[in-house]
Ligand binder design. Structure first.
Ligand SMILES: Cc1cc2nc3c(=O)[nH]c(=O)nc-3n(C[C@H](O)[C@H](O)[C@H](O)COP(=O)(O)OP(=O)(O)OC[C@H]3O[C@@H](n4cnc5c(N)ncnc54)[C@H](O)[C@@H]3O)c2cc1C
Length: 592
């Protein structure tokens, strides 16, 4: 069976050596010294490893079932959910006014990485609730907040996000669910939503659905969409649960992975709902929490891959096959362990160098959200908006690739279900699709984010890269191993951005044909920046003789690998972008 051990040493490195969180002048950051975060991460890591990870394969095999309209979760899920609630883990980064612990988002994200790595399907019940909590917190009336938030913070009630309909996925302007206004200020919601994660289950007393629907007078397309709170059980004035609302589960989807999470067809048959935020401004309300939700999915992509990598590394140390070409490494045994072979090393280094860079990027993104929200920092907001499609798209694509690479280390055994590697691959796959498919993330990046604020955010990103390179001018080792490759990669990104600016007006297809490559090009440069910063931090600690020298040496070697072996991909992406739309659009549709 697979195991998971929370990479706490590495998380501490990112939080303190890289992001220096305890020195940041932000509300809630004052307590975040090393001892405090160590204690929180240790406790979260224990739950992840001891409670959630053992249920991962159980959830995959049993899946959820629908009986008489009620969804049942796999054996052990309800007890584990109760443990999460009792430990206050659902309330970590929620508002103390509603029972939360008031910790910054970056700490919630760190715990989320461990929970998601240990059991992604299970953790989604809480993740969706957090998304719905954030929407009500940002847009709800005082009464709505008082009614729903305390129970959602504790996860006694969980939440969902209902956007998708059979004919309306990416193009939400097509959605048909209707909201009819009633005299008492409520609305009756009618329509069908599909693929609704955590749509129903047996782990909470109530499910609070956030539903996109069209109310009269809003016009066509996305402009007419509003957002509604539709509880499974209506809530009485005293906060107790009232009668069952007219919302039901039509079906449970059979799917490739995340079997422990209930993916539901939800039928709304005149269900009572209440407007959340402004009428006809539902998309705007959804978008305010999009950065957080998409970073959360980026985190799923690499966290599942982290669990897969840990098992692959252990297998490579254990499995004996063949001999090292440079002489026997295990002379008393029948063969050497897989890990002696350079090609297995390449595979493991690809994984390790991506995962550590991905963690740094996701944590940085979460910290930027804290600066934007807690510190009202507009620059941080604009930067994280730019980075969000990169974090979502690049980290989930590479996370899936990494899970496949981890599976490859097991040879044929990786393909056998009992080994558990197949589950990582199957689970990681969905993160590339939901919360905006990755192709759509790339369109968002090139079509909206690149030109946002007159291009200021991307210029700001280039300035950060430039400053990082300049800061290590006098350091020959950092310059050769990190700054020079980062400079070359950043030049490729600038050239690609320039290509879009020049071509975008003349031939919009040229920009769209290159958008996916641009997202990956950007992802590599962002990870290159993270690795340069991590290398500098590791060097500082080594020079100061602080702590475990082996850890910092390994950090530097892993970073050098990324810069030498992964970052050069930027040149390929640039070449593809520069080839424009012609090779992509050459054939008539009927030729396919
Ligand atoms: C397991 C699972 C859980 C889910 N959970 C939820 C949930 O909780 N709530 C919810 O509301 N939804 C949920 N979804 C739905 C998910 O968000 C959608 O499937 C996703 O947004 C894509 O929509 P679609 O499937 O209709 O694909 P389409 O929109 O039909 O897209 C198909 C393909 O075309 C591409 N594409 C679409 N438009 C364009 C364009 N203009 N230019 C270029 N390419 C384009 C897309 O990138 C995609 O690759 C879930 C889905 C699954 C499978």
């Amino acid at each position: 069976m697979n195991t998971y051990s929370a990479p706490i040493r590495d998380m501490q490195f990112v939080l303190h050596d890289l992001l220096a969180i305890s020195g940041q002048d932000l509300p809630g950051y004052g307590d975040l010294d090393r001892d405090f975060t160590q204690a929180v991460l240790d406790a979260a890591g224990k739950i992840a490893a001891e409670v959630l990870a053992p249920l991962n394969a159980v959830g995959d095999r049993q899946g959820c079932t629908l009986e008489n309209g009620v969804v049942h979760t796999p054996k052990g899920f309800a007890e584990a959910f109760e443990q999460l609630r009792e430990g206050g883990w659902t309330a970590l980064d929620c508002d103390p006014d509603y029972g939360g612990q008031g910790m910054p988002y970056v700490i919630g994200l760190a715990a989320g990485e461990m929970f998601s790595a240990a059991n992604m399907a299970f953790t989604m019940y809480q993740g969706l609730t957090h998304g719905a909590y954030s929407a009500i917190h940002a847009h709800g009336t005082d009464q709505q907040k008082a009614t729903y938030l305390p129970k959602m913070v504790s996860c006694e009630w969980t939440g969902t996000m209902n956007l998708t309909e059979p004919h309306a996925g990416t193009d939400l302007g097509l959605l048909r669910t209707r909201a009819e206004p009633q005299d008492d200020g409520s609305y009756l919601i009618t329509g069908q939503k599909i693929f609704i994660s955590a749509g129903d289950h047996d782990m909470a007393q109530n499910v609070i659905h956030l539903v996109l629907a069209k109310a009269p007078g809003g016009g066509e397309g996305t402009r007419g969409i509003s957002l509604f709170i539709v509880p499974k059980f209506l809530v009485n004035e005293d906060g107790s649960l009232g009668q069952r609302n007219a919302v039901s589960v039509g079906n449970l989807e059979e799917k490739m992975g995340i079997h422990g999470n209930a993916t539901c067809v939800m039928n709304y048959d005149g269900a009572r709902g209440w407007l959340l935020g402004d009428l006809h401004k539902g998309m705007r309300a959804m978008f305010t929490m999009m950065n957080e939700a998409r970073i959360g999915v980026g985190l799923q992509g690499y966290s599942v891959a982290e669990a897969a990598y840990q098992n692959a590394a252990a297998y490579a140390r254990d499995r004996l096959q063949g001999r090292a070409v440079t002489g026997d490494a295990n002379p008393s045994g029948p063969a050497d362990p897989l890990i002696v072979h350079p090609d297995i090393r390449r595979n493991l280094m690809d994984q390790k160098s991506f995962l550590e860079g991905a963690r740094a990027l996701a944590f940085w993104g979460a910290h930027l959200i804290d600066r934007a929200v807690l510190g009202q920092d507009k620059q941080a907001h604009d930067l994280v908006s730019l980075l969000t499609p990169v974090i979502k798209g690049f980290l989930t694509d590479k996370g899936f690739d990494t899970a496949v690479q981890a599976q490859q280390v097991f040879g044929g055994h990786g393909y056998i279900e009992e080994q558990g590697m197949s589950q990582f691959v199957r689970d990681a796959r969905i993160a590339m699709i939901y919360e905006g498919a990755n192709g759509v993330q790339a369109l968002d990046l090139v079509g909206r984010k690149l030109a946002a604020e007159g291009g200021k955010p991307i210029m700001g990103f280039f300035e950060l890269v430039k400053a990082e390179i300049k800061a290590h001018d006098g350091d020959a080792a950092l310059k050769a191993g990190f700054c020079e490759p980062l400079k070359a990669a950043s030049k490729d990104l600038q050239a690609a951005a320039m290509f879009f600016m020049e071509q975008g007006m003349k031939d919009p297809n040229a920009a769209l044909a290159g958008s996916y490559d641009f997202m990956h090009l950007f992802g590599h440069v962002a990870l290159g920046l993270m690795w340069t910063r991590m290398a500098a931090a590791a060097r500082t600690s080594l020079d100061a003789g602080a702590g475990d020298a082996g850890f910092y040496e390994a950090k530097l070697a892993t970073g050098r690998y990324y810069m030498a072996r992964q970052l050069p991909m930027t040149a390929t992406h640039l070449a593809r972008i520069r080839s424009g739309a012609a090779p992509v659009m050459a054939l008539d549709a009927e030729r396919f």
